[in-house]
Ligand binder design. Structure first.
Ligand code: PMP
Ligand code: GLU
Length: 402
């Protein structure tokens, strides 16, 4: 009997890939624990601490007794703050009942997968994509349909590609902008064209993951849900992890058509209930308070982007795009495939990342996990000195590959 059929575990979990971002971060931690000087640029997590005024709001909420269950879709106070934020920043009009707060945007997307998909329903995902999208879609019984763009197109798919991928089974289109892992940002015109193609078909939802909204170096962030042709069928997902450096607080949210929001709340009511009470209270405060710390973080990321892109572009064999948002670089390193340092031969992106980890002690994530096997992802959410050292190590290791 094969391991798969004899396992006590479900086919559902056996068919699921482990999160490559989380796996790589764990491998880096283990190597560090063994005493190696590892630089981990694997996990997408701001290196800044949560701003003090948000921490203070959480402490105050604890003292005020926000220690109990909350309504499953979130405290009304937080949902009202999100409603105002959606209007203010995104030109999106949601009623409070259309907003659901969850334990991270990851749970928001998982709720949507379970709420929207029947067995065999297709979800068009723009590749390169965040590692969890395809696995979450599969968990809901759906079929990920990947449409890809390479570095020559700034990793952005065209409206025509979206049109060509739509079939009678298409239930949703899912993407992030600013994009994890490429940092690419879809422009107003590009989003308009994509929205127009989707609007030609009934019953296709758009799931717009805007978690990197505040780490956008272009003039403005555009929400696809603000286009009239798709406003009633766009689900906008966002969260506090990135823009407010609150990854460990576990708070995300969505604005969705009413029936979708209710279905997600129903699922959440059986799985996890409302998110952490005092964290919600602090999050409501964060949305209405001074955005100075968020702006300062964005400025710091922009400086680092320039340094990292200059450093990586100077390494022979690297093809590098210029990310307009998020805090990742996603170089194409396919020119190294087939090369060797005399001990190890690099046949693909997995090999390349393993080589960097073992020989340079720099942890990055293979592009294969993001649907782009010619690339790797480096998170530049780290100090300038750490990044300089990492780039030097990568350059030295790559110079040995002939
Ligand atoms: N979407 C994207 C594109 C992400 O990079 C992440 C990773 N944090 C998430 C969603 C999930 O974020 P969280 O669950 O921390 O809110
Ligand atoms: N989203 C971050 C990343 O892409 C955090 C880890 C994860 O949840 O995947 O690295």
């Amino acid at each position: 009997m094969s391991t798969t059929t004899s396992s006590v575990l479900s086919q559902r979990v056996l068919n699921m890939a482990e999160s490559a971002t989380i796996k790589m971060a764990q491998m880096a931690r283990e190597l560090k624990a063994q005493g190696h000087d590892v630089i981990s640029l694997s996990l997408g997590e701001p290196d800044f601490d949560t701003p003090d005024h948000i921490k203070e709001a959480a402490k105050k909420a604890l003292d005020e007794g926000y220690t109990k269950y909350t309504p499953v879709p979130g405290l009304v106070e937080l949902r009202k703050a999100i409603q105002t934020k959606f209007k203010r920043d995104n030109k999106l009009d949601f009623e409070v009942t259309q907003i659901v707060v969850s334990n991270g945007a990851k749970q928001s997307i998982a709720n949507l997968s379970l709420a929207l998909l029947d067995e065999g329903d297709e979800v068009i995902i723009f590749a390169p994509f965040w590692v969890s999208y395809s696995e979450i879609v599969k968990l809901g019984g759906g079929v990920p349909v990947l449409i890809s763009a390479g570095i020559e197109d700034d990793y952005k798919v065209s409206a025509q590609q979206v049109a060509d991928a739509i079939t009678p089974r298409t239930k949703a289109v899912l993407f992030s902008s600013p994009c994890n892992p490429t940092g690419s940002v879809y422009t107003h015109e590009e989003l308009d064209a994509i929205a127009t193609e989707i609007a030609k078909h009934e019953d296709i939802y758009i799931i717009a993951d805007e978690i990197y909204e505040y780490i956008n170096f272009s003039d403005r962030h555009v929400s696809i849900g603000s286009f009239p042709q798709v406003k009633d069928r766009t689900i906008t997902v966002n969260g506090f992890s990135k823009g407010f450096a609150m990854t460990g607080w576990r708070l995300g949210y969505m604005g969705a058509p009413k029936e979708v929001a209710s279905a997600c709340a129903k699922i959440q009511g059986q799985f996890t209930s409302g998110a952490n009470a005092f964290a919600q209270k602090a999050a409501a405060y964060a949305l209405e308070a001074d955005m100075g710390p968020t702006d300062a973080m964005r400025e710091a990321f922009l400086k680092r982007r320039d340094m990292v892109i200059a450093g990586l572009s100077a390494i022979p064999g690297f093809k590098v795009n210029n990310p307009v948002g998020a805090f990742y670089s996603f170089p194409d390193i396919s020119s190294f495939f087939g090369k060797s340092d005399g001990e190890v031969t690099i046949n693909n992106s997995d090999d390349f990342c393993e080589y960097l980890l073992n020989k340079a002690y720099v942890a990055v994530v293979t592009g294969a996990a993001f649907g782009a096997p010619d690339c790797f992802r480096l998170s530049y959410a780290a100090s300038d000195d750490t990044l300089k050292e990492a780039i030097q190590r990568i350059a030295d290791a790559c110079a040995k590959l002939k």
